[in-house]
Write a protein that binds this ligand. Structure first.
Ligand SMILES: Nc1ncnc2c1ncn2[C@@H]1O[C@H](COP(=O)(O)OP(=O)(O)OP(=O)(O)O)[C@@H](O)[C@H]1O
Ligand SMILES: [Mg+2]
Length: 258
């Protein structure tokens, strides 16, 4: 059974793509067959792994247009890691698909019916056809949360949208926060961690929201790995970024029971 993890936060620049790419790479290193799906027309995850969105023939768009099956559209990257890239036509395509409920259901089914052990989906910082399909397919919604004032507002909007979707679907996915871009362990995330569930409860949400114990510290190697087009384990295996994403992968596999 494929386990689907969707990265989500309506705040831009929260660490969704960085977490999607490095978590997918970490899971693949643990010998889990992993598929990274780039469901963001910005194509950042695609570029992060050195795939040129202007040149690819197969992509998420071809799958959504029913021109290719999911397994025919993926790029094999390394042992155990496949990528379903985003191409430049994904943005206009998303607008066309908004009015196509059959396409949404098909996409959700395809995300769950791949031969992979885990699917990790990177999303854009807004909720349209792509993000809502990815959220509805998710076993785990992972919300990266940086220690910024404006992040709290977007976080609450994200929780409200997730709550609406869970109420409509009659099913609440496991929802976890991962604190990102922390300069110092302890202060921000310990306080926020205590405040999370009461905030969700006060909104009458069915979400079971907790935070991962692992936090991701600020590490410029993570930025540089993206610029070099590789994951952090390949770029700087001894960096803080590799240590933190390695620990996150470990905590995830332990708690999800892979
Ligand atoms: N832990 C970190 N330390 C240092 N830089 C980081 C870290 N995590 C992410 N970054 C950098 O912060 C920027 C934003 O991160 P990222 O692209 O992952 O966010 P995002 O949520 O995917 O953004 P968007 O909503 O635009 O898709 C990037 O330049 C990335 O390299
Ligand atoms: Mg992104």
């Amino acid at each position: 059974m494929t386990y689907v993890i969707t990265l989500a936060n309506l705040k831009g620049g929260a660490g969704k793509t960085t977490t999607a790419v490095n978590l997918a790479a970490g899971l693949a290193r643990q010998r889990l067959r992993t598929l990274l799906v780039d469901a963001d027309p910005q194509a950042n995850a695609t570029l992060h792994l050195s795939i040129n969105p202007d040149e690819i023939e197969c992509s998420l768009s071809t799958v959504l247009q029913r021109d290719a099956r999911m397994d025919a559209a993926v790029c094999s990257l390394h042992d155990n890691l496949d990528v379903l890239p985003a191409s430049i036509d994904l943005d206009p395509l998303e607008y066309r698909l908004v009015t196509d409920p059959a396409a949404a259901l098909l996409f959700q089914r395809q995300l769950r019916d791949t031969p992979h052990d885990v699917v990790v989906i990177d999303t854009r910082p807004s909720i349209g056809f792509l993000t809502s399909s990815a959220l509805l397919a998710a076993d785990l919604v992972l919300i990266p949360l940086p220690p910024e004032y404006f992040a709290a507002n977007s976080f609450l909007r994200t929780i409200d949208r997730l709550t609406e979707m869970a109420d409509a679907a009659g099913r609440a996915p496991t929802t976890r926060v991962v604190f990102t871009m922390l300069d110092r362990r302890g202060r921000f995330h310990a306080k926020t961690q205590r405040e999370l569930q009461p905030v969700v409860d006060a909104r009458g949400s069915p979400l079971d929201l907790r935070a991962f114990a692992t936090v991701i510290r600020t590490n410029t190697d993570l930025k540089r790995a993206a610029a070099f087009g590789v994951d952090i384990f390949r770029f700087a295996p001894n960096s803080r970024g590799a240590a933190d994403y390695g620990e996150l992968t470990h905590e995830l596999t332990e708690t999800a029971g892979f």
